[in-house]
Design a protein around this ligand. Structure first.
Ligand code: SER
Length: 318
């Protein structure tokens, strides 16, 4: 049985990955860590420790003490925050990853690291973006993501550390808010649809980005780590996607269930600039071929589930 340590567990992905990992590998085999002293309830039914990924000594100590063999390294800043705080983004997204890789090298752990559609840039072919293509991102987030992909490849090639990862698109979820990403509008829209019946979108109509519902994102993280090594030609940074849409399409999907829903626009120029530099749609055939990636949720299936879950939680009386 794997012994897993997760960094950044209190974030959007961690708060839903932890329960799934505990279900699959056993509660006692998954240590959740984060810098937050008030972590979400979903992750504190098992071991929870305060851990800053900038503290290499403490990572080393935990990995040794808990006999960890697999690290899911989720601690990172998203694109909007990274653009506002580039210095901190470099520290967390690069120095943090470097610390984890060094500990993994010394103590022989496998490492999962999420990359992102942010690893692409304006000169990348935007439609059906290939697995291996031009990567010249123009955001600080993108710079850290490409560097992270390369660093993970290097640790595998040079030190045989079993590094793996996926390039996540925007992830839509209903447990923990993402906080600071360019694709966050596609999460916020569901909350506002339930709470206010209307939404002001900060991304322009006609701006397409890849997206994915959280259950598929969790499945991707577990599946790529479980894949037999001999099947992997790529290791880190597999393109994965489940759908692509622009703001009008997600609004239309919501209207199928809430016909009175209204949307207007107030564009955030920094996020719009980032969104335009990212692909419209990814080609994820390498993930499909090498480890059977096969997402379950399309836009309408996701909308139905999001609205159902949020309705029950935010408006239990109605
Ligand atoms: N959801 C992320 C962001 O918008 C992209 O990986 O920053």
């Amino acid at each position: 049985m794997k012994r897993i340590l997760v960094t950044g567990s209190a974030g959007q992905i961690g708060s839903e990955l932890i329960p799934e990992l505990r279900k699959k590998y056993g509660k006692d085999n998954v240590i959740a860590t984060d810098i937050r002293k008030d972590p979400p309830l979903s992750i504190i039914d098992g071991e929870y420790e305060i851990l800053d990924c900038l503290d290499r000594k403490k990572i080393f100590q935990f990995v040794k003490e808990f006999k960890i063999d697999t690290i899911y390294h989720l601690a990172a800043l998203l694109s909007g925050v990274a653009e506002a705080k580039p210095d901190l983004a470099w520290k967390i997204n690069i120095d943090g990853l470097y610390n984890v890789l060094e500990v993994a090298r010394e103590l022989n752990c496998s490492v999962f690291t999420p990359s992102s559609i942010g690893a692409f840039g304006p000169t990348t072919p935007p439609d059906k973006t290939p697995q291996d293509t031009i990567q010249r991102p123009t955001s600080m987030y993108g710079v850290t993501k490409v560097s992270g992909e390369l660093l993970c490849d290097y640790y595998f090639k040079r030190f045989k550390v079993d590094t793996r990862g996926v390039r996540y698109p925007g992830i839509i979820s209903n447990v923990t808010l993402p906080g600071g990403g360019t694709t966050d509008y596609a999460v916020d829209i569901y909350y506002k649809a339930i709470q206010e019946g209307k939404f002001t979108c900060n991304i322009k109509k006609g701006t397409f980005m890849d997206m994915m519902y959280m259950p598929d994102a969790i499945e991707a993280a577990i599946q790529v780590m479980e894949a037999p090594a001999e099947n992997l030609q790529h290791r880190n940074a597999f393109n994965v996607t489940a759908m692509t849409f622009d703001p009008e399409m997600i609004a239309a999907s919501i209207k199928k269930y809430l016909p009175d829903f209204k949307m207007d626009y107030q564009i955030d120029p920094i996020k719009q600039d980032i969104a335009e530099s990212w692909p419209n749609s990814l080609d994820d055939s390498a993930a499909r071929k090498e480890w059977n990636w096969n997402p379950k949720y399309d836009l309408d299936a996701m909308t139905k589930d999001m609205l159902f879950v949020l309705q029950k939680r935010l408006n239990p009386e109605s």
